[in-house]
Design a protein around this ligand. Structure first.
Ligand SMILES: Cc1cc2nc3c(=O)[nH]c(=O)nc-3n(C[C@H](O)[C@H](O)[C@H](O)COP(=O)(O)OP(=O)(O)OC[C@H]3O[C@@H](n4cnc5c(N)ncnc54)[C@H](O)[C@@H]3O)c2cc1C
Length: 506
């Protein structure tokens, strides 16, 4: 593939540069919007990306074993199906290659400005535009779309002494491929979705592996297998077959919502499956007990793996549950006083999800940042628009997350909404489109009502799904087809619009 990574657009970010739409981020969300805009023949937009390529999550998470945990036929754009997925759950290299080739195919690269970290975006009420500052220059835009990602900014744990560690420290999302772990004593801190992929991938190579666990995850088998060449040929010749497979996968996952969000008793069979998986793979009763969660399955993300339990059970591995007291230059000391020599620390400690970094960089009409506007909790209309922030749309904003199915489905729902908003602005000749505080309050209530009784609130676990007030501000708490229905079109009645020829208020 020819590389078009260095975009001509990069040279032209000046304060006088004006675009119709500026998109922050080129992961599945930003890229998806760029593709849909290109499909409509739109060219007046730029994608501002702090990294050096498209891909977001899949550009950044290059740790050993990185792969999706939703089947590739579903975890991909419906408008850009890939008949050539090599496995049912593809790995990071294949997903990143898919995103790159899709960007190429739809002519998105020339619209991308790489190395452009958006440090500030302010609404200019007089000009009715967003004034945007990036590390690659400045510009203004009629509409700003933030697709900066909810799992894009690594969180480093506040462990005493971590800064004094003399060995290598790396976060799972900032993997250093040049660092060879062979023969080392390695500590993996965290047992979430990334950790359970990393642990089996590195365990055979290291001398000693200590897995520091705070809360055990529920783990079910991973039905991963190669996609046979005949199946790939069929998908290529008959795209409808692949669409049918995608539909079946979607439906099979959506059934889980009945247990997660409606009737928790329907989670019992899933809990039994996870229990049997654990019992079947871990013989040591003490280790099995330490790996057994004490909360309802689904309260935290249900993980899938066939090799995590065997890896933590291996002779060179140890599950450490005592809690870390401090890190010393060459070791980690747990609260029970045990000191373990350590060469490398892998932080599989997740991301900033409820205090989104981008929210501190976007300033609305009243001079407040999004973070300030959200001091009492993140509120939006349909996870996408915020009162006081005209002509701003958020992709994968609050309450758009899902754990049971593909985020791409949610992203595509939001794309319909944003594109309809843009079409509405054009059709009505609007310079400004802004959602109302009432719409936001109503939507907050809808989320609160639908979150009642869900496993995320009532399942007996603390998780990154809830904010510091215990509110669900990250997950969509219902069937995803209901989110699709809510975002099919712009709810025009919940917006005020200012025509382009209206006088600017003094
Ligand atoms: C390891 C891992 C595995 C996952 N597996 C799955 C899965 O199997 N299924 C699933 O549904 N979801 C999965 N997810 C969730 C995944 O994040 C979403 O599916 C999806 O990739 C999110 O896309 P996005 O575009 O919203 O965000 P991202 O992919 O995070 O992209 C955001 C982009 O914005 C850029 N950016 C951020 N801030 C700025 C700024 N200030 N200026 C300029 N650019 C900026 C970032 O560099 C990044 O490129 C996984 C997440 C991780 C971390």
């Amino acid at each position: 593939m020819t590389s078009t990574r260095v975009s001509p657009a990069a040279a032209v970010l000046t304060p006088g540069r004006e675009v119709g739409v500026a998109v922050i981020g080129s992961g599945f969300a930003g890229l998806g919007l760029a593709i849909r805009l290109r499909q409509q023949g739109e060219t007046d937009f730029l994608v501002l990306e702090r990294g050096d390529d498209v891909g977001g999550t899949w550009r950044d998470n290059t740790y050993p074993g990185a792969a999706c945990d939703v089947q590739s036929h579903l975890y991909s754009f419906s408008f850009a199906p890939n008949p050539d997925w090599p496995r049912t759950y593809s790995g990071q290299p294949e997903i990143q290659a898919y995103l790159r080739s899709t960007a190429e195919r739809f002519g998105v690269y020339p619209h991308c400005v790489f190395g452009a970290d958006v440090t500030d975006a302010r609404w200019d009420d007089a000009a009715r535009r967003w004034r945007i500052t990036t590390t690659a220059g400045e510009l203004s835009a009629r509409v700003l779309v933030s697709a900066a990602g909810a799992l894009a900014d690594p969180v480093l744990p506040d462990i005493p002494g971590l800064g004094s560690f003399a060995g290598t420290v790396m976060h799972s999302a900032r993997w250093n491929a040049d660092h060879d772990l062979t023969g080392e004593q390695v500590a993996v801190i965290g047992t979430g979705a990334s950790a359970i992929q990393i642990v089996p991938a590195i365990q055979p190579r290291v001398v000693g592996l200590a897995v520091y666990q705070r809360t055990p995850p529920w783990v079910i088998p991973r039905g991963d297998r190669p996609v046979r060449p005949a199946a790939r040929r069929t998908y290529r010749r008959f795209p409808a077959v692949q669409r049918a497979v995608r539909g079946a996968l979607y439906a099979s996952r959506e059934v889980l919502v009945v247990g997660l969000a409606k009737q928790r008793r329907f989670l019992k069979p899933v809990g039994k499956l996870a229990r049997a998986h654990l019992d079947g793979q871990v013989r040591d009763l003490q280790l099995r007990a330490a790996l057994t969660p004490d909360y309802t399955i689904g309260c935290k993300r249900i993980l899938i793996s066939n090799d995590y339990y065997p890896a933590v059970s291996a002779p060179n591995a140890e599950l450490v549950t005592a809690g870390i007291a401090e890190v010393r230059p060459h070791s980690i000391v747990t609260r029970d006083g045990v000191e373990r020599p350590t060469d490398t620390i892998v932080l599989a400690t997740g991301f900033a999800t409820t205090d989104l970094p981008i929210a501190h960089r976007i300033t609305g009409r009243a001079g407040h940042t999004l973070a300030e506007a959200w001091a009492g909790g993140m509120v939006t209309n349909r996870g996408t628009a915020v009162a006081g922030f005209p002509n701003l749309f958020l992709l994968v904003g609050p309450n758009v997350g899902v754990g049971h199915t593909s985020m791409v489905y949610m992203i595509e729902s939001q794309l319909n909404y944003v594109l309809d908003a843009l079409a509405t602005m054009d059709a009505e000749g609007l310079a400004v489109l802004e959602t109302t505080p009432q719409a936001q309050a109503d939507y907050r209530q809808l989320i609160a009502d639908r979150s009642q009784g869900t496993v995320w609130l009532a399942g007996g676990c603390g998780s990154w799904y809830l904010d510091e007030h215990g509110h669900n501000t990250t997950l969509w708490p219902d069937f995803t087809f209901r989110f699709r229905a809510l975002t099919r079109r712009l709810d025009r009645e919940n917006y005020t619009g200012t025509p382009a020829d209206a006088e600017v208020a003094a």
